[in-house]
Design a protein around this ligand. Structure first.
Ligand SMILES: [Zn+2]
Length: 410
């Protein structure tokens, strides 16, 4: 261990010890409602497939119709929903599918607008038929008649069947050992990816969570070169397998741009591309789950930065979009896993200059902007700093501040 590393190690131990001494409060148990997602593969028959594909089309149609409308009328989900009956008179075929999805498409559009305004995401775009993933969502409608409760979405884990509005029963596969889910189904999203059909169920579960007394805190820096740098010194790089898939996708994209539009070859490349994307997605998800599992098991407080979205949108290369998706997914996993364990999760505001501040003396190096600079020496205390590790330690300290503030309020 180098002197710098050992000094850092000592600091980390001290921080955690200090944390332990402040947290002299008894543990409590809280009951919380949590939303959890379950994804099953579904096996629709020919008729069901037809109806599902029709539903994708209707979802697209409604979304695009109101997106066009929102250019002249202000987006207002409730006002637009009132226009549905008029629209179904005009386009009879809209009645053929589950009526609930007409409303959810409008809510999805509204949501896309909200994300655009509040989180600086991209403006909602028209949905094209040739998307790699088609989907539609339906809400679970619960009715009680003569003391019997009817639900529009029924999951039977014993029979391994799911019933969806208008579609009736379909065989499902996934979660082999799961026999029962204690919770209320909120909605179901049916989607098609690489020619396979899936349903993703959103279920509200009630869980008792023991509130733990934190004894360990970790700050996390997200990056491109190293995916995750933890203030504990641990780093997580992108595994080779993921890099291989990325390379393959790049190559296929190049092929695709050269293929003649409408040709059989182009279609084949597109199919290959969809499969490669799916493989990449699965490999990435698996890897991210292992990172989030480890971090939330080893630490009681996890601190991250909020993603700097504006900065990320600037560069639109393929690998960039892949990283954005990874970071978003990792933050999502960390947050829900840590909360499920009754631990704390904090996010630091984006304007906090985590990589410019020296974690030893607090001096700020405003000149440090170039991402290529991996190491720098603090002008003030002359300590050599490794960019990502330094940032993660600063993030950890900001998290401690947040936690202390919360304790004062208690
Ligand atoms: Zn310094």
């Amino acid at each position: 261990m180098s002197t710098r590393q050992s000094a850092f190690f000592l600091k980390n131990v001290l921080t955690n010890l200090c944390l332990y001494s402040i947290m002299n409060i008894p543990g409590v148990i809280s009951v919380e409602k949590q939303l959890k997602g379950y994804i099953f593969r579904i096996y629709p028959n020919q008729n069901q497939k037809q109806l599902i594909n029709k539903s994708f089309g209707v979802n697209r149609f409604i979304y695009n119709y109101f997106l066009e409308k929102s250019k002249t009328e202000k987006m207002n989900a409730y006002k637009f929903i009132k226009q549905i009956p008029e629209l179904t008179k005009q386009y009879e075929w809209l009645k053929e599918v589950d009526s609930c999805l007409l409303r959810t498409s409008i809510f999805d559009l509204d949501n896309a607008y909200q994300k655009h305004y509040k989180e600086q995401r991209e403006k909602p775009k028209f949905k094209s038929k040739n998307r790699s993933r088609n989907s539609y969502r339906t809400n679970n409608i619960i009715n009680t008649y003569k003391k019997i409760t009817y639900e529009s979405i029924k999951l039977d884990l014993e029979k391994r069947m799911i019933t969806l509005p208008k579609l009736k029963e379909m065989k499902i596969r996934g979660y082999r050992k799961l026999r029962k889910i204690d919770g209320r189904t909120i909605n179901a999203t049916v989607y098609k990816e690489a020619n396979k059909y899936y349903v993703s169920l959103c279920i509200e579960e009630q869980t008792t969570i023991p509130k733990q007394i934190p004894t360990s805190i970790v700050g996390i820096d997200l990056g491109i070169k190293t995916l995750v740098t933890a203030s504990s010194g641990k780093i997580y790089k992108n595994p080779k397998q993921i890099k291989r898939y990325e390379k393959k996708i790049k190559g296929l994209n190049r092929w695709l741009s050269r293929a003649t539009p409408g040709s059989k070859n182009r279609y084949k490349i597109k199919q290959k591309l969809a499969r490669a994307y799916q493989k990449l997605k699965n490999a990435r998800k698996y890897y991210l789950h292992s990172i989030s599992r480890e971090l939330t098991e080893e630490h009681d407080i996890v601190v991250t930065e909020k993603l700097k979205i504006t900065e990320m949108v600037k560069k639109k290369s393929l690998s960039k979009s892949i990283y954005d998706a990874s970071w978003n997914e990792l933050l999502r996993q960390l947050e829900y896993k840590i909360k499920w364990k009754g631990k704390q999760f904090y996010q630091i505001e984006t304007y906090y200059p985590s990589s410019q501040i020296c974690n030893h003396c607090g001096h700020r190096n405003k000149k440090l902007k170039d991402l290529k600079i991996r190491n720098w020496i603090c002008e003030e205390c002359k300590n050599e700093l490794e960019r990502d590790l330094n940032a993660s330690i600063n993030i950890m300290f900001e998290g401690i501040k947040k936690y202390m503030k919360e304790l004062e309020v208690m």
